[in-house]
Design a protein around this ligand. Structure first.
Ligand SMILES: [Fe+2]
Length: 269
């Protein structure tokens, strides 16, 4: 990560595969992980702060700050510009002192390639894919005092690029979703039928990738494409990480992985 070539390879892995691990990240101090993020681009500040370093203490009123299981979801659905990259680095995980089984830690991390799952939905239930692509919904962050964030417009679960209709971005978090609209031209009953199909795919073991995070192994993933979750855990774990904006990530990836001529063609047209 000290070299531009290292960052080129890392950003290209994330761009192509949706996620990457950075092994050998020092974990004696979260500062090393912060520096790693800043090798890609500056860290995004939100109402949760910028670079974070937390334990399950409910410091913020958010399920991330608990030890319960979290199903596959994307973060920050409530921004017009959801976080582009998300980074997790587990600095430590100590067993619960009162636990009978000191090895019972849990807390494996779940990743699901949302684009892959959405294309499977398109193949198997075209109508469901169409509904989740076409029905715009309200999204919100309002669990913390003084915070009431919602996008300036409504967004569907799947956003596609104009023209070729390729998948561009997925929003999926039941805890952040507003009311399914009654007057969108699609009955909420049909929307929930489609959502049930989508949810079943996210819970399909074939499409899930589970990995136990460990100190020294930083996970970086594309929050526009890859959904994340975790199993319940016991004991105390300390996780640090942060968000990076999509446009800043893509700028870094592009300038490292494309020729100046190719960059100009893409950014100027
Ligand atoms: Fe999350």
């Amino acid at each position: 990560m000290e070299t531009e070539e290292g960052v080129r390879v890392l950003t290209d892995l994330i761009r192509r595969k949706g996620f990457a691990f950075v092994d050998g990240t020092p974990y004696d101090d979260p500062e090393h992980t912060k520096r790693l993020l800043e090798r890609i681009a500056f860290i995004r500040v939100t109402h949760y702060g910028g670079f974070y370093d937390f334990t399950a203490d409910l410091a913020m009123a958010d399920t991330a700050y608990t030890n319960i299981a979290l199903p596959a979801h994307t973060d920050t659905t409530y921004f017009d510009d959801p976080a582009g990259l998300q980074v997790f680095h587990m600095l430590s995980h100590e067993p619960d002192a009162t636990s009978k089984d000191p090895n019972a830690l849990g807390g494996e991390s779940l990743l699901v390639d949302g684009f892959n799952a959405a294309l499977e939905l398109k193949r198997t239930s075209t109508w469901a894919y169409k509904i989740l692509t076409e029905v715009p919904l309200p999204w919100h962050a309002s669990g913390n005092k003084g915070i009431a964030i919602t996008p300036e417009r409504t967004y569907p679960v799947f956003e596609t690029a104009p023209g070729n209709k390729a998948l561009l971005r997925i929003r999926w978090n039941n805890d952040d979703r507003g009311v399914v609209p009654f007057h969108s031209g699609c009955s909420p009953v049909d929307w929930y039928d489609a959502a049930r199909k989508w949810n079943a795919l996210l819970e399909d073991k074939r499409l899930q990738y589970w990995e136990q995070l460990k100190p020294g192994r930083t996970l970086i993933f594309d929050n526009w494409r890859v959904l994340h979750g975790r199993s319940a855990f016991t004991g105390k774990r300390r996780i640090c990480g942060g968000y990076i904006n999509r446009n800043d990530f893509m700028s870094r990836w592009r300038t490292l992985n494309r020729t100046p001529e190719e960059v100009n063609r893409v950014v100027i047209g």
